[in-house]
Design a protein around this ligand. Structure first.
Ligand SMILES: Cc1cc2nc3c(=O)[nH]c(=O)nc-3n(C[C@H](O)[C@H](O)[C@H](O)COP(=O)(O)OP(=O)(O)OC[C@H]3O[C@@H](n4cnc5c(N)ncnc54)[C@H](O)[C@@H]3O)c2cc1C
Length: 248
């Protein structure tokens, strides 16, 4: 099992700086940052993370951009009692953060599997966005992707329009399901899609999409409870399983 630990924060590569090139608030506590590293960021594998910091406080963030993009795109949840995210939240365009100039991590596409069933909650979708952007940028074919994205409210998805577009453009390659766990609340009033927590709909869509344990890897990233539950389902049904925990 991959657990977040101090070793998730890469303190070995020399510190450099990156400029905030763009920022976008997505919900009350969610924002995207686009960073332009001062020195070219070395090639990374989609699904990996970078380590950024402010005032010496450093944390790991998965990269949602694909390696061909000019800026590193991040999708960050504001943890109001946290040390770093309140500082990131206040950053203005052209301010800078520290950055360890290399990406790390092993939560990447495993191409030996023909089919990839990716389950996420909120910011946990980030590695899958990078993997899929890169897949289509390179014009690759032959794999199948099933992406289940869960959130409390529709405003927290961050990448649902992009993923829905990928599924519409590549219907034989991508299936996408966004699911809202608090459908009766005001913030979800216009939601007409799937409802329920991501982990509770996994069984339904494994069946509906006829996903074969013999050639499928299930990935889970996001809420620790979701990861636990999906891991249990994967084991019960005989699927290979991999996870990335952002917190415990
Ligand atoms: C490999 C890896 C990739 C990551 N990628 C992302 C990413 O793409 N986007 C992102 O927003 N975060 C990501 N994180 C989490 C990130 O590194 C920080 O832990 C997080 O932003 C909180 O930092 P902080 O300094 O504000 O809070 P801290 O002071 O570090 O933490 C305060 C408390 O909040 C908990 N916590 C941390 N994150 C959350 C959360 N999202 N929801 C609820 N509680 C939380 C911590 O466990 C701790 O108990 C990743 C972590 C790892 C290990």
């Amino acid at each position: 099992m991959q657990q977040p630990s101090p070793t998730s924060i890469d303190r070995t590569a020399k510190l450099s700086r990156a400029r905030v090139a763009k920022r976008e608030q997505c919900a009350d506590d969610l924002f995207k940052l686009w960073l332009e590293p001062e020195v070219p960021f070395p090639a990374f594998k989609p699904g990996q993370y970078c380590t950024i910091g402010v005032n010496g406080i450093e944390r790991a963030y998965s990269i949602s951009s694909s390696p061909d993009e000019k800026w590193l795109e991040l999708f960050v949840e504001l943890v109001s009692e946290g040390e770093l995210t309140p500082l990131l939240w206040k950053l203005a365009i052209d301010e800078t953060v520290s950055i360890r100039p290399r990406a790390k991590g092993v939560f990447v596409l495993s191409p030996k599997f023909q089919s990839h069933f990716m389950v996420s909650t909120v910011t946990g979708v980030v590695p899958f966005v990078s993997i899929l952007r890169d897949y289509f940028h390179k014009g690759e074919t032959g794999h199948k992707f099933y992406v289940i994205e869960g959130a409390s409210y529709p405003g927290e998805f961050g990448y649902d329009d992009e993923l829905a577009r990928m599924a519409a453009d590549h219907p034989d390659t991508v299936k996408f399901v966004a699911t809202v766990s608090r459908p009766t609340e005001e913030k979800s009033k216009d939601w007409t899609g799937e409802t329920g927590r991501a982990n509770t709909v996994v069984g339904k869509y494994l069946k509906e999409f006829n996903v074969d344990p013999a050639n499928t890897l299930i990935y889970a990233c996001g809420h620790p409870g979701m990861i636990e539950d999906v891991g249990v389902v994967a084991k019960e049904k005989g699927f290979a399983f991999t996870e990335e925990r952002f917190w415990v």
